[in-house]
Design a binder for this molecule. Sequence first.
Ligand SMILES: [Fe+2]
Length: 312
Amino acid sequence: MTMLDAQHSPYIRPAKAGRAKRRRWLGLTIAFLIVLALDFWAFYPGPVVRTYPVTSDKIPQGSVCIVQISDLHSHIYGSDQQPLIDLIAAQQPDIIALTGDILDDREPDTGTALLLKGIRDIAPVYYVSGNHEYWSGRYDDMRALLESCGVTVLDNRWEELSVNGVTLRLCGVDDPMMFEYTDDPQYLALSGGSENERDNTRALLDSRFSALDDSAFNVLLAHRAELIGLYLEYGFDLILSGHTHGGQIRIPPFINGLFAPNQGFFPQYGGGRYDFDSGQTLIISRGLSFAAYVPRVFNPPEVVVVDIRANV
Ligand SMILES: [Fe+2]
């Protein structure tokens, strides 16, 4: 058989066609698996643990582990919150910090009550308010629930703690929506009736935290990440915030959030860690909210762990 005959042989042509067909199927299968993997990665429902080490010359020795929980919005993980409780317990925290919007104005408090009962014996729990808790119009009931579960509410004050040989001032500032909710004359005097969130928060910080000194490592719990410019004017070494939900849709490493409340599209402070020239650090939790109608893309709900230790 000549070469020309072989190319046109009816016995060889089906074999070539079969190889091409197999290659096409292999390509399609690989493409399908890549799409499946990307889909799983993009929409992974979490929760995941994200750990940030923070060191300071103010800490001669020892370490403190803070687990930060933010923006839960009363979502329930599993049937009874146990997966989330187990994840928090596994971090062996010294302190659990709740940085606002733990409860929600449109959801029942059940999910948060389950969480609070599950974590109360793991470590001391501290809380600052978020906007949704004030929007509910029943903040007093929510606060009563928190306190009945042993939570310390840091309502514009601090507690000085000694943990594993580390002196730590744990400070908390209310969400600025507090000014629209409260009828407490001391706060109304600070705001002068204004609803400007930045001005009111500045007045609050001036009145409560201007006397902070450097004798301890100062941590601020504050729900609103977008007010970081204000927080940096005071003596806080570390600020833990939330509110952004990670900007909902991320394309790491290019886009750290599509939209965040009070910051708009492509927020400057979408989520994660920000170190400033002043030596201060901001950590924004991307939160634990999960609603099928508002997808999180490359942005799984997260439990934040902050490992604070000596700078050696
Ligand atoms: Fe919020």
